[in-house]
Structures are given as structure tokens and as C-alpha cells.
Design a protein around this ligand. Structure first.
Ligand SMILES: [Zn+2]
Length: 631
């Protein structure tokens, strides 16, 4: 679905930027402009430099110079695409998404959208049911005793919306029946099951029974699946929702919807293996934690984490499986451009045991000291039992190469090579050669395995159908944005000034913008100015949100806020005049450049062949340039 500008404006109007950004950083202040610490992870803002203005629905950071509207905030902050940010905010405000028009190709996956929405509703209803069940349990119940034993407070139960599935074959079935939740949907997300599949009128039963329930949230807060830990002696200690249209284990990080802000604030994510690990770390005060759900770390996990931080620490159970998992995840982390560190818990303890035995402070200290995951694997895996023979050196390098050959960060790779050379007591040039050779051997092996024409690039696995669809959507959205890359400063400033000063905008419109549009050298800036004038002409009464409305239509939204810093120092009385003067100065600079370029072009023409016309034109331009300088 291509959203219309009207719909986009409606969504923006329905989501006050102050409320949205207020969830990520504390905003204080009087009047329309609020200040807070910059929430973007790449800006470690000590003093509040981040401003949000309710009147014009824009944000701007005086420190890192990011600026834009509520959509660009979510795009930059959460890594959403523009259509995703529109969808997310529309949903938040309860606005129905527009139906695709007749004849318009349906966006990939949109035919399933309604079903997905319904499945998420079923999950949500189940989550509430389990959560209320838990709260209703008496203190002496098995589940409450279990919580106490694991040190989980009411606060943690609330934060993670933990729940309880009773030892009852039809608790959820009856609940769904009374709420008229369609059983087929509940079956699709594997919450209930029919006793004899397909037998009409046959009864259903609950799949989660006698378990502590962990709802699994998407980063945007939808319940996509559940994990359940048995409270009895069920053989399956943990039971997870199977894959469903809304749940893909390899793409979800448990806890992220709650811990994302801490990961961002600390610019580091600690990755653990299970629900309880994540929750007990959180309860112990280590809040920048997420869990992978009984699966290997995937490229999708890496992509998801990258929205929050580049620094990842793997907290590994000290058993064989933990180390093997780390060895598999290292190339994925490195290929994703993440900085990977790792820490192995001693004595085959899991994080929860460790905290119980040694305290949270000790764990914090250990995590703080975590070495590079590469170094950890080198010492504990590849060099295990190493005695120093030449053939062992070759083997170690070969094993390490699997991770190294996908690395994008050359500087970091050099350090790893150096580390390996030091540990193996060989020259770094030998290590480098050996790694290169191992990569080539592997490539040769792969190219033999793969049909020639389709052989993918090394280390790249083709995107799934769904992925290519979403990539296509994202890039087409990018494509429709006006590019303001490389805009000259002065042209960017006059655009920004015009969007923040209605008097200047009105004057330009009344005087006729042709001259200004004619001298702008940057196509993107000119295009935006045309869009701004057009929209202002149509809706002169909504000048306040004009800039916010345009911010989503360009690839670098901070161009819209770039003048704010210049005019910050001006007092309110001086602002109007100060801005008018700035505008005049910039326009003159642009005029000069324009005439200079024209003169240059004409001079070239005259050099080739002078005509009376070109000579006269040239004289006129020179006269104009002179008069500009005199002004
Ligand atoms: Zn900033």
C-alpha cells in the first residue's frame, strides 16, 4: 500500500511526538519546547541537548544535529522503514490502514495481514488470561513458591507479563469459548489443539498446562508466542510456541521490548540462552539483556540487535553446547559488523545459578572484563590441547578462518590476526597468508558444489522470499524520497529557515519564488521548496506542521532542522529580524555562486566562439556580480 500524504498527515496528527519520544528520554521544560538527553545511542549526551517542539512536531539535537519528525525518529531510532513507521503509528492510534486500491498490486504479505492481526489478538488474549491467572494464585501455590525460589519479584512478573497455565486440560479452551475466540486461530498459534484432528464437534484441549508462562513480545510490543516452564516433572522442561505466521524463533530476541532501552543506554547487549537467564539477570540489575530462544544466533538476530547497539556480549553456559553455540555465532556476529565479546560461566553454571552463588556484583564484574569472543574461542576451543606442532598451527588457523573470512571490519581483523600470531608464536604475515589460503580453498570447494550461474557471493545466503519482499518495499520507499545529499550549506539553511518562519515563507510566496528557485543549485532542495510552497499554498493555516509533514519525504530529514542552531542564540524579539538577515545573506551567497557559474560557462562559450549576444550576456552577469558585492 502506498500511503497518501493525507493518510500520513493523519497518522502524524494522531501521534504527538512529545508522547512518542517521551517514552525514550525524559523531556522537561516549559512551554512548547521541551529538552531532554539525546536518546540516540551514538550520541552519549551528558547535558540535555535534545529538543522536542510540540507546536511543530519536530525534534532536533543540538549535539549530534539529528532532527526530523515522529516517523524519522522511529526510522532512525528503531531501524524501521518509513512504511513500517507509518503502520506502527497508525496502529498505535487505532487508525485503520488504507485498503489497497482496485488494480493496485497488493503489497507482499498484505493478504496475510488481517490474519496476522487476528492471531496477535488471540495471543494477546491468552497472555492476559495467563497473567491474571498468575496474579490470582495464592502465595502457597506451587507457581508462587517457584517465583520466590527464583527470586522473581512482583515487579519482574509485571515487567515481563509472566503468567500461569494451570494444571487443567481446558482452562484456556473455556476462556476462549466464553470470549468467542475462534478455535481455528488459537490452533494456528498452537495454544490449543483438537483431540482428533478434523473431527467435527470434537473437543479441544490446552497445550500449555501446569507451566510458568513467558509471553514473547516483538520489539513493538505484540505477543508473538509463548514459552512455558513446567512446574511439575514434565519431561519437556521448556515448551515453546512452534513457528507460526506471527512467530519466527530466529528473528525474535526475548526481552528486547523491555530491555531495548537499557541496551541502548549502555550501548551494549548481553545475550543469554533462555528466558530464565534473561529474567534473572534483569532482576539482579543487569538489565541490558536479551535471550535467544533455544536456537542458534542468526543473522536476523544480528540485524535486530544492530538497531540498538554494535556491542554484543555472549554469556555462555560453561558446557560443550555453550562453546559450540558461540563458535557458530561468531561468524554471524562478525559478518553483521558487530563487536563480539564473550564470557563463559565457570563450573557449568547457568547465569541464574551464578548470580545465586556469587551475587550480581560478581557477575557484573566478570561481564565487564569479558574478552573478545574471538580470543575466547581461540584459547578455549581452537587451541584446546595445543602443543605447538606445525600441523596444529595450520589447523588452528583453518578453524579460525571460518569466522575471519566473513569479517567486514579490516582493522579488527588485523588485530585478531596479530593475536593469533602471538598465541601461535608465528609471524603475522604467515597467519595472513594462511587465512587467505584457507578462504580460497573454501571458495574453490563451494564453487564446485554450486551450479555456476547461480553461485552466490561468498558468505552471502540469498534472502528468503519474504525478505526480498521487505527489502523491495524498503528500497522503493527510499527511492521515493527526495535526496538532499550533498546540498550546499547555504541552500540547506534557507530551506530550513523558510520552514520555521512563516513570515519569510509568506513573503517569498507573495513576491513569487521563481528567482529563488532559479538560483538554487541542488535539485533536491529545489524540489522540496516547491513542495513546501505548494502545501503552504493549499493549507496556509497549518504552517506549524509544514516542516514535520515534509520531513518524511527526504532522505536526510535533519536538513529541515539545520537552521535551528544558528537562530538559537537569538532572543525572541531579535529572532524575526535575525532570521530575515540570515536569509538575505544566504540568498546573496547563493546568487553569487549562481552568477559565478554562469559567467564561467559563458566564458568557455566565448572562448570557443564569441558572439555579440554571448558577450552582452557576459557583461550583464559581471555587472550583476559587481552589484551584489557592493550590496
Ligand atoms: Zn544527539
Amino acid at each position: 500500500v502506498r500511503f497518501t500524504q493525507d493518510f500520513i498527515d493523519k497518522v502524524r496528527d494522531a501521534n504527538n511526538i512529545v508522547e512518542i519520544i517521551g517514552q525514550y528520554t525524559e523531556l522537561k521544560g516549559a512551554g512548547a519546547r521541551l529538552m531532554g538527553r539525546c536518546p540516540f545511542p551514538d550520541h552519549n549526551d551528558k547535558s540535555p541537548s535534545f529538543s522536542v517542539t510540540e507546536d511543530n512536531q519536530l525534534y532536533f539535537c543540538y549535539g549530534c544535529k539529528k532532527g526530523g519528525n515522529v516517523f524519522t525518529f522511529l526510522e532512525t531510532y528503531n531501524g524501521m522503514s518509513f512504511p513500517e513507521s507509518v503502520e506502527f503509528l497508525a496502529k498505535r492510534a487505532g487508525l485503520p490502514l488504507p485498503e489497497p486500491e482496485e488494480g493496485q498490486a497488493r503489497a507482499p504479505g498484505s493478504s496475510n495481514r488481517d490474519q496476522k492481526e487476528l492471531l496477535l489478538k488471540v495471543n494477546k488474549a491468552a497472555g492476559i488470561f495467563f497473567h491474571q491467572n498468575l496474579k490470582a494464585q495464592p502465595t502457597e501455590s506451587v507457581v508462587k513458591k517457584y517465583l520466590i525460589k527464583r527470586g522473581l519479584t512482583d515487579e519482574t512478573v509485571e515487567k515481563f507479563r509472566l503468567g500461569f497455565a494451570a494444571d487443567d486440560w481446558q482452562g484456556l479452551v473455556r476462556h476462549f469459548q466464553s470470549r468467542k475466540v475462534p478455535f481455528d486461530l488459537a490452533e494456528t498459534v498452537a495454544l490449543i489443539k483438537q483431540k482428533r484432528a478434523g473431527v467435527k464437534g470434537d473437543s479441544h484441549f490446552d497445550l500449555f498446562r501446569n507451566r510458568l508462562m513467558f509471553p514473547i513480545f516483538s520489539p513493538t510490543g505484540d505477543v508473538v508466542g509463548f514459552g512455558g516452564r513446567t512446574l511439575g516433572d514434565d519431561m519437556a522442561k521448556y515448551l515453546n510456541s512452534p513457528e507460526s505466521p506471527v512467530f519466527h524463533k530466529g528473528r525474535v530476541l526475548y526481552g528486547l521490548h523491555e530491555t531495548g532501552k537499557f541496551i541502548r543506554a549502555q550501548d551494549e547487549a548481553i545475550v543469554v540462552e533462555g528466558y530464565m537467564d534473561a529474567i534473572s539477570l534483569y532482576a539482579a540489575g543487569i538489565k541490558n539483556v536479551v535471550a535467544i530462544l533455544g536456537t542458534a544466533f542468526t543473522a536476523d538476530h544480528a540485524k535486530l540487535l544492530k538497531r540498538y547497539t554494535l556491542n554484543v556480549k555472549m554469556l555462555l553456559d560453561g558446557d560443550e553446547a555453550g562453546i559450540t553455540g558461540a563458535e557458530r555465532s561468531l561468524p554471524i556476529l562478525l559478518e553483521g559488523g558487530l563487536m563480539a565479546k564473550g564470557f563463559v560461566l565457570p563450573d557449568k553454571l547457568d547465569p541464574d545459578d551464578f548470580v545465586k552463588a556469587n551475587g550480581a556484583e560478581k557477575l557484573k564484574a566478570e561481564v565487564e572484563r569479558a574478552p573478545e569472543l574471538f580470543t575466547l574461542l581461540l584459547m578455549r576451543r581452537w587451541m584446546q590441547g595445543y602443543k605447538g606442532s606445525p600441523s596444529e598451527k595450520v589447523r588452528v588457523v583453518e578453524e579460525a578462518s571460518i569466522a575471519l573470512r566473513v569479517m567486514k571490519n579490516r582493522q579488527l581483523m588485523d588485530l585478531y590476526l596479530l593475536e593469533m600470531a602471538r598465541q601461535l608464536d608465528v609471524d603475522i604475515s604467515w597467519v595472513r597468508r594462511a587465512v587467505t589460503q584457507s578462504v580460497q580453498t573454501e571458495q574453490a570447494r563451494l564453487s564446485k558444489l554450486l551450479p555456476k550461474a547461480e553461485s552466490p557471493q561468498r558468505g552471502q545466503v540469498g534472502p528468503t522470499e519474504e525478505e526480498s519482499a521487505s527489502i523491495k518495499m524498503a528500497s522503493s520507499a527510499e527511492f521515493n524520497k527526495v535526496s538532499v545529499k550533498g546540498a550546499p550549506r547555504d541552500e540547506a539553511f534557507i530551506l530550513s529557515l523558510l520552514l520555521h518562519n512563516e513570515t519569510l515563507m509568506r513573503e517569498l510566496q507573495e513576491a513569487g519564488p521563481e528567482e529563488v528557485l532559479g538560483i538554487l543549485s541542488h535539485d533536491g532542495v529545489r524540489q522540496l521548496l516547491v513542495m513546501a510552497l505548494e502545501r503552504y499554498g493549499q493549507r496556509p493555516d497549518s504552517f506549524d506542521t509544514l516542516a514535520a509533514s515534509l520531513a518524511s519525504q527526504l532522505d536526510q530529514p535533519n536538513i529541515i532542522t539545520c537552521s535551528l542552531e544558528l537562530t538559537r542564540a537569538m532572543g525572541d524579539d531579535a529572532r524575526e529580524e535575525g532570521q530575515r538577515k540570515l536569509m538575505g545573506d544566504y540568498l546573496n551567497a547563493i546568487r553569487k555562486r549562481f552568477l559565478q557559474n554562469q559567467a564561467k560557462a559563458l566564458a568557455n562559450q566565448i572562448r570557443d566562439q564569441a558572439t555579440p549576444e554571448t558577450l552582452e550576456q557576459f557583461m550583464n552577469i559581471q555587472r550583476d556580480r559587481l552589484s551584489l558585492t557592493r550590496d
